[in-house]
Design a protein around this ligand. Structure first.
Ligand SMILES: *Cc1c(COP(=O)(O)O)cnc(C)c1O
Length: 394
């Protein structure tokens, strides 16, 4: 249940990829023989499949090694290309590290970055955004949906503001594509990052959408070489990976409606099961603006590490991040104002295509059992219960 970290490659994707390892192993850039043509044809077909998933044109899709690279290319590429126009970038505090660390790097080179705060619900305030824009602003980078709390940002409104002000808009849509309908035209998105391995495709294969008209977005490349991908990203294309990514995109699109319904059902069942079995459980982030497959909850009065150890037969993520020295609470939960203890005792569930209702029932039972047992040992929980009891008696 850790499908925000990665997903299993769908068997139909594996089948689509297999011929491209040995039978059709050509280099898509080889123009002189049929091996090359077959590879190129497969790449172009995948480009179309990925473009359709986000309502883009095939030529607007640039293949990369994954969303980390796509985010780097979008932000560094715009920053350098539009340096004459301005040096200011706006992003927000709960972005993925691929965006935050890229912005930090640019700060070292003299760029100015505004990190917008988020509310308790995990969303930015559009008035903050409007006020942050200056004559020097060249880019707004705000993620579509968060990878820890699943909270969806007001993308259409951000796109509208960016367009009004003539500022480019980049969004990291890794967690959103395939889960909710993403439309770069409707939302006025100029650049968008996505990746294969979060949508049941292979790892190490991603893409960046780069708008070609109205406006035509230009980028300085960060990897130079043979001039592949319209000069924006050199390097021999990962043909089997791209074929798999394309197939995964096609499946995501054709199955999105049903899959979303099914995952939302499982997620809601998981949430209700946990809340029915336990008190003092807090959901982190908006439930209204949220991915259908995400649940992020804090369990008061339990130690986070003991909790994870207790359910170590279930794959989930915790609200703690291991840094070299100690456990740090998640910066995302901190940004929502979740206190440190609660952040440490929180769990992120990410449901996926291959999870079953039986698994969800099992997880509910395990979580309720382990949290109850840990609380029996907790003097703090005892005291809290006592207090509630006394106030009721009074
Ligand atoms: C996983 C993830 C990334 C990184 O993608 P890779 O393809 O693994 O480099 C970036 N942003 C978000 C929101 C993610 O969830």
């Amino acid at each position: 249940m850790d499908n925000h970290a990665t997903t299993a490659v769908d068997p139909r994707v594996v089948s689509a990829m297999l011929p491209y390892f040995n039978e059709k192993f050509g280099n898509a850039a080889s123009r002189n023989h049929s091996f090359g043509w077959a590879a190129e044809e497969a790449v172009e077909s995948a480009r179309g499949q990925i473009a359709r998933l986000i309502n883009a044109a095939p030529k607007e899709i640039i293949f990369t090694s994954g969303a980390t690279e796509s985010n780097n290319l979008a932000i560094k590429g715009v920053a350098e290309m539009y340096r004459e126009r301005g040096n200011h970038i706006i992003t927000q505090v709960t972005e993925h590290k691929a965006v935050l660390d890229t912005c930090k790097r640019l700060e070292k080179y003299g760029y100015q970055v505004t990190y917008l705060p988020v509310g308790k619900d995990g969303r930015i305030d559009l008035d903050h955004l409007r006020r942050a824009i200056t004559a020097k602003t060249v880019l707004i980078a705000i993620m579509y949906a968060n990878n820890e709390i699943g909270v969806i940002q007001p993308i259409e409104e951000i796109g509208k503001i960016a367009k009004e002000k003539g500022v480019l808009f980049h969004t990291d849509a890794v967690q959103a594509v395939g889960k909710v309908p993403v439309d770069v035209i409707k939302d006025n998105v100029d650049l968008l990052a996505l990746t294969g391995h979060k949508i049941y495709g292979p790892k190490g294969c991603g893409a960046l959408y780069v708008r070609r008209r109205n406006p035509r977005v230009q980028l300085t490349s960060i990897i130079d070489g043979g001039g592949h991908e319209r000069g924006m990203r050199s390097g021999t294309l990962n043909v089997p990976g791209i074929v798999g990514f394309g197939k995964a995109a096609e499946l995501s699109q054709s199955e999105m409606a049903q899959e979303t319904e099914r995952l939302r059902g499982l997620r809601d069942h998981l949430k209700e099961g946990i809340l029915k079995g336990l008190d003092e459980v807090y959901v982190n982030g908006s439930m209204t603006y949220r991915l259908p497959n995400n649940l992020n909850v804090s369990f008061a009065y339990v130690d986070g590490e003991s909790l994870l150890m207790g359910i170590n037969d279930v794959a989930v993520s915790s609200g703690s991040a291991c840094t070299s020295a100690k456990m740090e609470p998640s910066y995302v939960l901190k940004a929502l104002g979740v206190n440190e203890d609660l952040a440490h005792s929180s769990i992120r569930f990410g449901l996926g295509r291959f999870n079953t209702p039986e698994e969800v029932d099992y997880v509910i039972q395990r979580v309720v059992e382990v949290v109850s047992r840990l609380r029996e040992l907790s003097p703090l929980y005892d005291t809290a219960k006592e207090r509630v009891h006394l106030s009721k008696t009074n």
